[in-house]
Unconditional design. Structure first.
Length: 110
């Protein structure tokens, strides 16, 4: 069973499922596939939000890929109900993993 955060929508599940099945994708590819039945601009907006929360990553040129956190969410192993975006300044994740409590200098260039 998946544990969706309040910030998530049904579109997010469809987008992550598409990325898992296809490896990568752009908002246009997803909208054209018929598997993600939302408009390209809305898919783009949701991908940005998913990337903010570490469930997807923009690999360049508007192409997105699912992350390990995204896979864990789809598998019901990650509860996004208490999820917060990662802190880019420190590298700390919502769980306080790598980079937590260290300065940006200690973490190296970013």
């Amino acid at each position: 069973m998946r544990h969706s955060g309040r910030w998530m929508t049904l579109a997010d599940d469809r987008i992550l499922e598409y990325l898992r099945e296809n490896g990568t994708g752009t908002p246009t590819q997803m909208a054209d596939s018929g598997l993600v039945r939302y408009t390209r601009p809305y898919i783009n907006e949701r991908l940005s939000k998913l990337a903010d929360h570490g469930l997807a990553v923009n690999v360049g040129n508007g192409v997105y890929q699912i992350t390990e956190r995204g896979e864990a969410y789809l598998d019901g192993e990650l509860d996004t109900a208490e999820d917060r975006p990662d802190d880019p300044a420190t590298g700390a994740t919502a769980e306080g993993e790598p980079g937590a409590g260290r300065s940006a200098t200690e973490n190296g260039p970013g």
